[in-house]
Design a protein around this ligand. Sequence first.
Ligand code: PMP
Length: 426
Amino acid sequence: MTSPTQLSVVSERTSVPAISTLMHMALATPGLISLAAGFVDQQSLPVALAAEEIAAILADEREGRRALQYGTTIGDHQLRERLMAFLEQDERVPSGTYQHCVSRTVVTTGSQQLLYLISEALLDPGDIVLVESPTYFVYLGVLETRGVRVVGVDIDEGGLRLDALESTLAGLDAKGLLNRVKLIYTISEHSNPSGISLAADRRQPLVDLAKKWSKHQTIFILEDSAYRGLTFDGVEPPSVWSYDPDGETVILARTFSKTFSPGFKTGYGVLPATLLEPVLRLKGNHDFGSGNFAQIVLERAIGGGGYQRHVATLVERYRRKRDVMIASLVEWFGDGDGAVQWTYPQGGLYVWLSLPNEVDTGPDGPFFARCLERGVLYVPGTYAYADATGSAPRNHARLCFGVPSEADLAEGARRLSLALTDCLNP
Ligand code: PMP
């Protein structure tokens, strides 16, 4: 007789990531056009640039040994210096401005690991995290694991609504719960899933607001800027982080998964001083350092300018795809002011589709089933709300234009519109 497995509370609280069910569907259904996977364009991966840098590293005996050895928990020093120099250019501040932040810069195994580590370092069951509504559903999974209460705050075309944030904080204060609020999570550029960015003129006020309400303990802002750099129109505003120069409130999370290679699985965080040691202790237990090889390749690619040239080609490629996606939605659903609406992303990989209120886009609803019959897959919007069982809207879908070819984007939009017609005229 075998005895039962007694899993930990954390393990029991961790549900199957919703997205993995979708991925299995995509693989199992021939001819399906997946607008679901939030992956990068396969054709755009920088194979030649990576080959060049890797060959150069391995051709140099000393550098080769360094790359193949364990590194440090905090990450490669040269890369961290390079990252702060890159950030100075990105923020258009004088060279050297952020060099004092090198000691607070931690390289992680994708930015997902940073999101996890921050949550592990800060959050106990019963703590409160404020997120955009809708938000990145994989992070909702992390928060669920930690047993925290997640409160959604409305967004509009300028991202997180600061009036809604303030009234949420005031409401929690009135209930005596402000002392449980630890974190505000925002995706500052071209959000996954909404495609919306936080407006330039909300960035400083957001920092001020978090500081103002940090009456009992610091309410940190976790600025996830996974899509920074992939901007097609206009100039990127300064980060939220740049308004917190002393590093007390804002945690900046970035990644090279979207702009270079998810296979490198390399991200980084610039942390407030008080979080540095706690995060490093936890990371020490997780992996005592991210893979050195990828870090050294990236350091060379950024230093030599190849990375920046690569990002410029990505922007062109994804802008075209965005244009095809939007033009196809216009072709099949009208001008976007009617019953079916969508966001117009100025970068990133996602369009957020809003269907008539009566259309339930959930995975068990009729629209999802009609879409599978028609051969198109999307991410149900319900995944992206903190309160998926309660009052959250059920008529949205996340469409990703990163992976499909331009022809498949057009055909995918056609199939979505056929599925909607099937659904509205059963
Ligand atoms: N944040 C957001 C908003 C994302 O969309 C992703 C990737 N889907 C990540 C973080 C994590 O990516 P990675 O761990 O590969 O850096």
